[in-house]
Write a protein that binds this ligand. Structure first.
Ligand code: PBG
Ligand code: ZN
Length: 327
């Protein structure tokens, strides 16, 4: 139908009409808050490259999780920063590791929130890579799988209900799934980071987690940001191996991959608005260039519109508050 019978602006005239036909909704319970938990700290330590984000103690992580739950945020994703690192990253599967302690504490002391844990070795290895080294500057795939499986079981044992393998080793989802099943954790949810790009947007996170690789980069295991078909192949494989959700990361710079992964898999899709996306919005707002609350909301809405069901974001509490001002 042509103008003047067809007038798109009719449905844009009032706030009530616009709300009635709005296609994309953003709800607090779709948001997941990443939390950094550091070992051996006296209190929360602000992260310079991520304004408003701190490395927490187990106790302050519980407080933060409680704040998140009180505004209906859906879940937390725990990252551990150990005091001691070694070539294998053995802190990752320590019974009394920081993530294990924080998982237990949050499960015991906070209701109505899903407790999740990042599953990788890079925060625990002294070289900062996501797997075992081969001595020639490479990362060993198959030998790393057993360590990831061991970490998964340890995290599940500590009460983590959702695990987020972010290492990008081939075959990890199947090996982790088998290990969880064998240990009686068949209900543990796996969010496979299938579409994890070798992204420059992770810069601030590496400062936060102290996980910058001591040499080289992660391009031999993370996806080339130029590749879309490869991300889809990886997603289909991970579904086959037993993934429950598929993660695309970063989110804003990969909206097309969110959409394509959704269409190719019909699985629930998670997207991670990563540290660089967060810090750039914070910096732009601090400089007075953009309106923080408005850009936060628009960026999250765009990620949902692209097809993400779940969004991990450092804005989770702020966004939930903005969506539900009464809470
Ligand atoms: C590593 C990991 C990274 C992030 C989450 N898990 C960074 C990396 O690959 O170096 C980045 C998250 C963010 O930037 O917020 N397994
Ligand atoms: Zn890693």
């Amino acid at each position: 139908m042509a103008f003047p019978r067809s007038r798109s602006r009719r449905l844009r005239r009032t706030p009530a009409l616009r709300a009635m036909v709005r296609e994309t909704q953003l709800r607090p319970d779709q948001l997941v808050l990443p939390i950094f938990v550091g070992e051996g700290q006296n209190g929360p330590q602000p992260i310079a490259a991520m304004p408003g984000v701190s490395r927490h103690t187990v106790d302050s992580a519980v407080e933060l999780a409680r704040d998140a739950a009180s505004v209906d945020v859906g879940g937390v994703m725990l990252f551990g920063i150990p005091l001691d690192k070694d070539p294998e990253g053995s802190g990752a599967w320590a019974d009394d590791g920081v993530v294990q302690q924080a998982s237990r504490a949050i499960r015991e002391r906070v209701d109505g929130l899903t407790v999740g844990a990042d599953l990788c070795l890079c925060e625990y290895t002294d070289h900062g890579h996501c797997g075992l080294l081969d001595g020639h500057g490479g990362v060993r795939n198959d030998a790393t799988l057993a360590l990831l499986a061991r970490t998964a079981v340890s995290q599940a044992e500590a009460g983590a209900e959702v695990l987020y393998p972010s290492d990008m080793m081939d075959g990890r989802i199947g090996v982790i799934r088998d290990a969880l099943d064998a240990a009686g954790h068949e209900d543990t949810v796996l969010v496979a980071h299938s579409g994890k790009l070798a992204s420059a947007y992770y810069g601030p996170f590496r400062e936060a987690a102290g996980s910058t690789p001591a040499f080289g980069d992660r391009r031999s295991y993370q996806l080339d940001p130029a590749n879309g078909d490869e991300a889809i192949r990886e997603a289909l494989q991970d579904v086959d191996e037993g993934a429950d959700l598929i993660m695309v990361k970063p989110a804003g710079p990969a909206l097309d991959l969110i959409r394509r992964t959704k269409e190719a898999t019909r699985m629930p899709i998670a997207a991670y608005q990563v540290s660089g996306e967060y810090s750039m919005i914070k910096a732009g707002a601090a400089a007075g260039y953009v309106d923080e609350a408005a850009v936060m909301r628009e960026s999250l809405t765009a990620i949902r519109r692209a097809g993400a069901d779940v969004i991990a974001t450092y804005f989770a509490i702020d966004a939930a508050r903005a969506l539900n001002p009464a809470a």
